[in-house]
Design a binder for this molecule. Structure first.
Ligand SMILES: [Mg+2]
Length: 188
């Protein structure tokens, strides 16, 4: 962390993602040691369903806690929000049941004063984040690029919301081929 911070300088936002790999004691110890780096957040320090553990960590540390990407419904996010388990909530629209469900939980998150940082699928989440009342984060992944004809415009660390209809993306020829070609199994 020291090397990364020195390399980037003091002004570049920096986060740590533990991907649920710490237990509560380790997360607290690591969180305390990471305070000096002025992180924007520590992500998924604990098991995704350990709302109480996240809440204890969030109140013990100055560094904001982010989580929520693994949760699969509005109800699961409601439990997280009610437990005050995080400062930044990271819902995944495809995982919670789509845009309508995402917007339901975004309303709850805003009411609780949380920052929004949706997980993955930036092509959908850019629009949903732009509709959030306070400034959100959007994760940048180019993994889905082969599926679409268009590319999101990114400049100075910001993504531009496309002005094309709908989500502003159309399926690529490659995506059509992947979803319409037939494959036979068990033949030589
Ligand atoms: Mg993550």
């Amino acid at each position: 962390m020291t090397a990364v911070r020195e390399h980037l300088g003091p002004d570049t936002p920096l986060m740590v993602d533990a991907n649920q790999q710490w237990d509560r004691a380790t997360a607290l110890r690591m969180g305390r040691r990471l305070e000096e780096f002025d992180l924007i957040w520590i992500e998924e320090p604990l098991d995704a369903y350990d709302a109480e553990g996240h809440a204890a960590l969030a109140s013990a540390l100055d560094t904001p806690i982010a989580t929520g990407e693994m949760l699969a419904s509005v109800a699961e996010h409601e439990r997280l929000i009610a437990a005050r388990a995080c400062d930044i909530i990271q819902p995944d629209a495809p995982r919670v049941g789509g845009i309508t469900q995402f917007l339901r939980l975004a309303g709850l998150a805003h009411h609780a004063g949380l920052t929004l940082a949706p997980h993955f699928a930036m092509e959908i989440h850019l629009h949903l984040a732009a509709a959030y009342p306070t400034e959100p984060w959007v994760e940048h992944f180019d993994w889905l690029n082969p599926l679409f004809e268009e590319r999101l415009e990114i400049a100075d660390g910001r993504m531009m919301v496309p002005d094309r209809p709908g989500l502003g993306i159309t399926l690529s020829e490659q995506a059509r081929a992947w979803t319409t070609e037939t494959v036979e199994f068990g033949t030589r």
